[in-house]
Write a protein that binds this ligand. Structure first.
Ligand SMILES: Cc1cc2nc3c(=O)[nH]c(=O)nc-3n(C[C@H](O)[C@H](O)[C@H](O)COP(=O)(O)OP(=O)(O)OC[C@H]3O[C@@H](n4cnc5c(N)ncnc54)[C@H](O)[C@@H]3O)c2cc1C
Length: 440
């Protein structure tokens, strides 16, 4: 009789969280296989010439009490909470407004504020008549906030980050992601420079030292049986055997899978046609992280800034030295930009770097007399799941099939959702609890 393992694919936060939960409940036989030389997946940090860059700047926040306790426990003394200083840049008007746009209209030209409030009131009237029945994200933005807020910011920003037209997108992901202040708050924010913060990230957490990576490292230190540099290549579901790129294989009993679902057909031969079709139907975009080191202290007092105008290739810029001074050498600053690309918006990295530097100068963040000390890039793909109109159906088909084969899918790319770190931690724990419930 072959001895079969229970396996976890991927030592990102979701895989680690599943392993930790199972181990704490006495199931310490689970083996975690990770392709990279270190655990952490997307929640890692690179160090170059004294600068630290996350794989896309990663701030922590959650409304999940258990996960908050876990994060605080893992980071211990390295946990640092701070109030958000997030803004939107309006190049056309040479000004910044606070994030979220809709709660801080004050300071914008009067005609824009009037457009936004007029649209909002019409939207509220229409909602009161029971006419708010959006069929896609574009209709949601227009119906919820009105045409003014949609046209002046939300639609151009959505096109930039998602790379597809918002009428091709579902809006089920919105939840707490698009801050939805009430009408009174929006009006107050238009009439006065009310700085009261709105939304889930109004206070956020980061580390004092080490970037975001100390989080997965602390979790990994508590997990036994992590095998690094073991890239999974094929899964034979009928024989229940996992093959690695190094030529080895192991028989398995149960599997927790945190790898991207669209690549499943490369891993598993002879998927049922409907599962193969569903995998091919999954949409995503990628992110170029274009990180710049500047030889000048405190180039900005902001944490991060959103850019919606076409002049700027990036949708967000983070001033990471303000997250933690430990991310830059003394006397320096860093700018971490994120540029979205996809098959719908193909961009070459080289062109993105060039246009990003030019745009950073146009925004005033980089001055003509600044010395750019380094430019470091990372390509992340997939980065964000796109919620096209078939998203929910495709995901259900794939996950349902895998579950029938003793494979639990977890995490941002295993569940194929817009997950933050807290969601990925919760997702791993949820799958583990399901497994434990079935084991008793
Ligand atoms: C640009 C960007 C910015 C973000 N910013 C934030 C933020 O500010 N705050 C926040 O909370 N969240 C943020 N997130 C989301 C956060 O990074 C994720 O939710 C979380 O880290 C995902 O963890 P995971 O374990 O689900 O997936 P992953 O981190 O992708 O883990 C999957 C693991 O599987 C491994 N793997 C892949 N292929 C194989 C293979 N063949 N064999 C073995 N192992 C394999 C990978 O190397 C990886 O370690 C951001 C994400 C992106 C892309």
């Amino acid at each position: 009789m072959v001895e079969r393992h229970d396996v976890i694919l991927g030592a990102g936060l979701a895989g680690l969280s599943a392993a930790y939960t199972l181990q704490n409940a006495g199931q310490s036989e689970w083996q975690v296989y990770e392709r990279n030389a270190e655990p952490g997946g997307l929640a890692r940090t690179v160090k170059i010439d004294g600068y630290r860059f996350d794989y896309g700047p990663h701030i922590l926040f959650t409304i999940d009490d258990e996960i908050r306790e876990l994060i605080q426990d893992l980071l211990g003394e390295n946990f640092h909470a701070q109030d958000r200083e997030a803004y939107i840049y309006h190049h056309a008007h040479d000004l910044y407004t606070r994030f979220p746009f809709q709660a801080h209209l004050y300071g914008l030209p009067t005609n824009i504020v009037a457009d936004c409030l007029h649209g909002l009131l019409r939207a509220v009237e229409s909602q009161a008549r029971g006419e708010f029945r959006p069929k896609n994200y574009l209709e949601w933005m227009r119906g919820f906030f009105g045409d003014g807020i949609a046209d002046h910011l939300m639609v151009p920003y959505a096109k930039k980050i998602w790379t597809i037209e918002p009428d091709l997108m579902d809006f089920s992901w919105i939840g707490r992601r698009v801050p939805t202040p009430d009408v009174e708050r929006i009006i107050r924010g238009a009439l006065s420079n009310d700085v009261a913060q709105v939304g889930a990230t109004s206070q956020f957490w980061y580390t004092k030292c080490g970037g975001i990576e100390p989080l997965p490292r602390a979790l990994a230190a508590r997990v036994e049986n992590i095998h690094l540099e073991r890239a999974a290549m094929k899964i034979d579901l009928s024989e229940k055997r996992l093959f690695f790129e190094d030529g080895n294989s192991v028989p398995f009993r149960r599997m927790v899978y945190s790898l991207p679902l669209p690549f499943l057909p490369r891993m598993i031969a002879n998927l049922p046609p409907e599962v193969e079709r569903a995998c091919a139907g999954l949409e995503y975009q990628g992110i170029y992280c274009i990180n710049v080191g500047i030889d000048r202290e405190r180039i900005s007092d902001k944490h991060w800034i959103y850019f919606y105008e076409d002049l700027f290739p990036f949708h967000r810029v983070s001033l990471t030295a303000n997250f933690s001074p430990d991310t830059v050498p003394p006397g320096k600053s860093a700018i971490a930009t994120e540029v979205a690309f996809s098959k719908y918006r193909p961009i070459e990295l080289e062109n993105a770097v060039e246009s990003t530097i030019e745009a950073l100068k146009a925004s005033g963040l980089i001055r003509e007399d600044d010395t750019i000390e380094l430019v470091h890039t990372e390509k992340i793909s997939p980065a964000y799941v796109i919620y096209d109109l078939d998203h929910a159906r495709n995901v259900e088909t794939i996950r349902g099939f895998l579950r029938e084969n003793d494979v639990w899918t977890v995490g941002r790319f295993g569940e194929w959702q817009y997950f933050n770190m807290d969601h990925s931690l919760r997702s791993g724990r949820r799958a583990a609890e399901e497994i434990l419930a079935l084991s008793t």
